[in-house]
Design a protein around this ligand. Structure first.
Ligand code: NAD
Length: 264
């Protein structure tokens, strides 16, 4: 059980949350599509919100083309970005925990995330599809060997770019870079869920990075009901049964409480 409903959640807001919870409970299959906004309350900046990452960094420095043409320079810049994207000792917040609670209660079948911070898993979500890879690992572009991201970062600090200890080729961050293809298995699974789900909950995404951004519209096109929890407007708000502009860490715990336990 989560905390008491604050004043702002009473009345119409409370009723809207209960209705959104009914949407999730009524669906045979329900998914959440999450983005950087689900982690801002853990202290990780998003990309395009206020004070987003692109206020500080140049997106063009993090393309796969730059990685191939200038791996040493890429890694030097990546170490800075990574320190902001995945600060040490970062913890899941109430939004991550509420999504894990919804899954445990049988009201959510998968979290499809664009995030690379691992916080859904840390909160206890089990079915997590990482569309943009993982910030946990780095992978050798030669032999495919995978090493912990912290090891790759340490190697890069000694000499950039970091190299595979087995074959000597350059290591690439496990996160998907701009211009790089998404992991095909994860993308196929995500599209399958979008096609088959009866409810789709969008949390903390501007829905501007494709193909992840097209999943909610695909779900709606296949007949799913949509619930959007995002601080700013998204391109699918007009298709949504319910939209909430409040912080995800405030809305989702109430949604999870209202959904409650699934009937036997
Ligand atoms: P985005 O920055 O484009 O959009 C984030 C959205 O979340 C914004 O619309 C913002 O208004 C909203 N938001 C911010 N805080 C919120 C909160 N507390 N509650 C509700 N809404 C909130 O992010 P995106 O759509 O995920 O796409 C950008 C790319 O960013 C993705 O490819 C992702 O891989 C990457 N990214 C990941 C992380 C991470 O792993 N934590 C962090 C930054 C960026």
């Amino acid at each position: 059980m989560h905390g008491a409903v604050p004043v702002g959640m009473a009345g119409e807001r409370g009723e809207a949350i209960r209705e959104a919870a009914r949407v999730l409970v009524a669906a045979d299959t329900a998914i959440a599509v999450t983005g950087a906004g689900v982690s801002t309350e853990s202290g990780i900046p998003d990309f395009r919100g206020e004070d987003g990452i692109w206020e500080q960094y140049d997106q063009a420095d993090f393309t796969v083309q730059r990685f191939h043409s200038d791996p040493g320079g890429f890694w030097t810049d990546w170490l800075g970005l990574r320190a902001d994207l995945i600060p040490p000792s970062v913890e899941p917040n109430d939004a991550h925990r509420a999504l894990a609670d919804l899954e445990r209660a049988g009201h959510l079948d998968a979290v499809i995330t664009q995030n690379v911070d691992g916080l859904h898993q840390a909160a206890g979500s089990e079915r997590v599809i990482e569309l943009h890879g993982s910030g946990d690992r780095a992978v050798c572009r030669g032999c495919g060997e995978s090493v912990p991201a912290a090891v790759a970062a340490e190697l890069a600090r000694e000499s950039s770019p970091p190299r595979c200890e087995d074959c000597g080729d350059v290591l690439k961050p496990g996160a998907v870079l701009f211009g790089e293809r998404l992991p095909p298995v994860a993308l196929a699974e995500a599209r399958g869920f979008a096609r088959d789900c009866g409810a789709c909950l969008v949390v903390g995404s501007s829905l501007t990075v494709h193909p992840a951004a097209s999943l909610p519209r695909q779900a709606v096109g296949a007949g799913a009901d949509l619930v959007v929890v995002n601080a700013d407007r998204t391109p699918v708000d007009d298709d949504a049964a319910h939209t909430f502009r409040d912080p995800a860490g405030q809305v989702l715990p109430h949604l999870a409480d209202a959904a409650g336990e699934r009937e036997p």
